[in-house]
Structures are given as C-alpha cells and as structure tokens.
Design a protein around this ligand. Structure first.
Ligand code: PEP
Ligand code: MG
Length: 323
C-alpha cells in the first residue's frame, strides 16, 4: 500500500475517467509545509493563522506575520496557498485580548465579526499578507462569513490597505483571489448570490455541520447528531458547488470531511474542485480517486440528495464503492 502511495507522490490527482481535482493540505505553521511536500500535496488549502496569535502574551507584529506568510508562500513556489484570516474566539481564546465571557461562544464574537470590529488587528494582518503576496500564489480567505455585507466590508479594508501600501511604494500582487469559508448555513443557502462577488468558496464542514445540526462539535452527548453524510449537509454542499460553477468560480472543502473515504466519492460526484485535508491523508485520497469514475458518481447525485438519512447515504456509498 505504502509503495502505491509513494508512486503517486509526484503525480496529479486524476479520476479513472481523466478528471483532475486538487488535493491540498491544511496547515497551522510554516513548519508544516515540509509535510505537504513529502506527501505530494498540490498546495495549501487552509493556513490557519490563529497559531501566530495563540500561546503568546501580545499580538504578533506585522513583520512577524510577514515572515510567516512569505515563508509559506516561498516554500510552496507557484502552488496555491489559501491563507485564512484570523479565526479567534469560540473555542480559541486569546488571553491578552480580554474578550467578554459569552453564553454561546460558538455563536458569538469571533473570527470575521471580531476582525471587523477590531479593524486595527485585522488591518495589520492584511498588510502583512499583501506585503507577502509577491512571494508566491496567495489567496486570501475570510472565515465565518454569514452575510454579504461582512464580505464586502472585509474586502473594502483589504482594498484600503492595498492602496496605502502602493502609496508607500510597496509592490503588491495584482492577482490575489479573495474568497470565503462557507461554514454558516445562511451563506450556504444563498451561495448563488455570494458567487457573484467572491473568487472562490472553501466549505468548512467542521463548523457547517455543527451549525446546521445545532450540535456542538465538542459535546459528546450530542455527537450522534454530528453527521457529515446527513442529506441536509450534502444538499448545502451541492448548493455551494453549483453556485460556484454557475459563476465560473471554484469550490473547495477544508473541513475534516474532505479527507474522508466515504465522503470523497460523494464530493467527487458533486463536482468539488479542491479537497483540503491533513497532509498524511493526501496519498491515500489520491490512490482512492484514481479508481473512481467522476462521471459514474455524478449519476448518483439526485438519488443521494433525496435520501432521508445519513445511514442510507453511507450504506449506498459503501455498496457502490466496495468499502
Ligand atoms: C471548519 O470549520 O470546517 C474549518 C476548517 O475551520 P476550523 O476547523 O478551524 O473551525
Ligand atoms: Mg471553522
């Protein structure tokens, strides 16, 4: 098995009927890039930047951030690197920010909500990203977007910082794609409207499942409700992919579901363009996809989307793919 994986390390990811999809990795620090290269990843699908902010006594400076972002971009060469802006709050606290205690942290003041309010913090990060943008193939992604206005506001701040930097004589890449995480049901439902304004979507199923099923992703008493194959999740995922393609944009997934061997055939059939997972899942996933026909899987779409339970979905996929 390991030998088959090793042979595929420098190969693109192609289904049995010749369709290419991108297998990229989730990382937390520049040191994680080595793991992507060793496992034949085609890029970074999610760089979780909050690790730069955690385990410290103060905010990271613009220069510290620039070092980290440019290092990842440089190491990845011309391969895509999707950097997610700060996703703090919820379960991830920052002691030095003195944020209010909340009844429902996962429904509270976090991620883009906090960044739009504390725009001093956000602007510093955006400047660091823009300065690093000439070191590789940077794509910027905003987390926890619930409304079009949040996306528009974030984009305005990005454009403002870009204009300032250019005024200061700093060179900034002119083709940075700007996209969003789809991890809140409201956004998945009106993906069609979002698709006109964003450059790409990355579906964050870890949060999308908890918000759709109203089941805390950390609470074992309700973990039976945490169902990636639930038809409600599949319909939302399908809606996002269709919306993206209708506008000529791409749709990826960076939640755990993207590396799951039952989910992969479903997602391939729905037309997902990019799968972002832990680096060690890349070669097993590439091996699996090599033997799957995207065209055949696409014919199961309507049947899967109209099923009533996650168990039915799972049994169907297991049967069709001999798992
Ligand atoms: C997600 O919500 O699916 C995701 C990838 O983000 P995180 O796990 O960091 O919340
Ligand atoms: Mg998330």
């Amino acid at each position: 098995q390991k030998q088959i994986w090793a042979q595929l390390k420098d190969e693109p990811t192609v289904s049995s009927d010749g369709e290419h999809v991108e297998l990229v990795a989730n990382i937390g620090t520049p040191d994680d890039v080595a793991g992507i290269i060793n496992n034949g990843g085609e890029g970074v699908g999610l760089y979780r930047t909050e690790f730069l902010y955690m385990g410290k006594s103060e905010l990271p400076t613009e220069d510290e951030q620039f070092e980290a972002y440019s290092s990842v971009l440089e190491q990845m060469g011309d391969k895509p690197v999707v950097v997610r802006t700060l996703d703090i709050g919820g379960d991830k606290e920052l002691s030095y920010l003195d944020l209010p205690k909340e009844m429902n942290p996962f429904l509270g003041f976090r991620a883009i909500r906090l960044c739009l309010e504390r725009d001093d913090i956000f602007r510093t990060q955006l400047r660091a990203l823009l300065r690093a943008s000439t070191y590789g193939n940077l794509k910027i992604m905003f987390p926890m977007i619930a409304t079009l206005n949040e996306f528009r506001q974030a984009k305005v701040l990005l454009e403002e910082e870009k204009a300032k930097l250019k005024n200061e004589g700093v060179t900034v890449s002119e083709d940075i794609e700007v996209g969003i995480m789809v991890e809140i049901p409201s956004t998945a439902v009106i993906a069609r409207q979002f698709a006109k304004e964003v450059d790409f979507f990355s579906i964050g199923t870890n949060d999308l499942i908890q918000y759709t099923m109203a089941a805390d992703r950390m609470n074992e008493h309700v973990s039976y409700l945490y169902q990636p194959y639930h038809p409600a999740i599949l319909n939302l995922v399908n809606n996002v992919i269709e919306a993206a393609h209708a506008e000529g944009k791409w749709a990826g997934m960076c939640g755990e579901m993207a590396g799951d061997s039952i989910a992969i055939p479903i997602l391939l059939g729905l037309g997902l363009d990019e799968f972002s997972m832990s680096a060690t899942s890349i070669l097993p996933a590439r091996t699996q996809i090599k033997d799957l026909s995207k065209k055949e899987l696409a014919t199961f779409k309507d049947e899967l989307l109209s099923m009533g339970t996650a168990d039915e979905v799972e049994a169907f996929v297991r049967e069709k793919t001999n798992q």
